[in-house]
Design a binder for this molecule. Structure first.
Ligand code: SAM
Length: 270
């Protein structure tokens, strides 16, 4: 009989030969934590979707605006699933700049992401950061993890960050049920933050070429329509302006008139 896997143990190994979404994204953001296979895949997506580097930067900027909005709303506990390789404006930096007592649980299923995150993302003395290598598709392994329970209090509102990760969950993996399971564990007044690549924002050709690159990577990509992305917020009230193009969500300056492949939004649990 196959042995049951300990849900608190790491899931994946680093394989430099197979492009990985975290390292492809790191390349677009100008990072150095990527391998030849990642750079080739990233360049292939740039050839299909020339605005992708700008969109990656805009996605990070959205993350920062959403985190500041949430801290201003009085919530200082963050569950950031799909952390990504550390770069500028990481969740704990933005949150703790606004409130040094902010507490952050970072979750990612990639061992390289977690190794860099543990080394580079240290907390203020007043707040806390912790790191869990786990998979979003096994939400209970996250929600019952001792480090999560030691760091954030699920009886008080939290912010669930699913920023640029849901497109790595296939329809057959029940994305709506996964979000609901995590949302059900969060107290009323909690926030949900989502950004997602959308089939509504790409030409069929750009979409097909991008999906082809990810089909050869360690995680396939599923694009969703704006309506399907809005459905992820079931049980949450969308904060104004709702699900918008990523650079158009509460911009701090004039909204640039340029293409993007990503929709983003923030909701508050009723
Ligand atoms: C494109 S990056 C986004 C990073 C960051 N959230 C941001 O928006 O800047 C996606 C991250 O999600 C992680 N990821 C993908 N699928 C995952 C899963 N099923 N469980 C946990 N992490 C996952 C990847 O390893 C990667 O670090």
């Amino acid at each position: 009989m196959p042995q049951e896997r300990d849900p608190h143990l790491p899931l994946t190994e680093i394989n430099p030969a197979v492009p990985h979404p975290a390292r492809i994204y790191d390349y677009w953001l100008g990072g150095k934590d990527n391998f030849e296979s990642d750079r080739m895949a990233a360049e292939q997506v740039i050839a299909a979707v020339p605005e992708v580097r700008e969109t990656a930067r805009e996605n990070r900027a959205f993350l920062g605006r959403a985190v500041r909005h949430i801290v201003a709303g009085g919530v200082t506990q963050f569950l950031d699933i799909g952390t990504g390789i550390p770069t500028q404006g990481n969740t704990h930096e933005v949150a703790q700049a606004a409130d040094p007592a902010a507490r952050i649980v970072y979750v990612d299923n990639d061992p390289m992401v977690m190794a860099h995150a543990r080394a580079l993302m240290s907390s203020t003395d007043e707040g806390a950061t912790t790191f869990i290598q786990a998979d979003l598709r096994e939400p209970d392994s996250i929600l019952t993890h001792p480090r999560l329970l030691d760091t954030i209090d699920l009886d008080r509102p939290i912010a669930i960050l699913l920023v640029a990760i849901m497109m790595f969950v296939k329809d057959s993996e029940q994305p709506y049920d996964l979000v609901k399971r995590i949302a059900d564990a969060a107290a009323p007044g909690s926030y949900l933050v989502v950004s997602h690549v959308s089939s509504d924002l790409l030409t069929p050709e750009a979409m097909e070429r991008t999906l082809g690159v990810y089909n050869r990577a360690s995680a396939t990509m599923t694009m969703r329509t704006r309506e399907e992305i809005i459905r992820l917020f079931d049980g949450f009230e969308l904060v104004e302006p709702g699900v918008e193009k990523v650079h158009g969500w509460r911009p701090e300056g004039p909204i640039p008139d340029r293409p993007t492949a990503v929709y983003a939004g923030v909701g508050r649990k009723r």
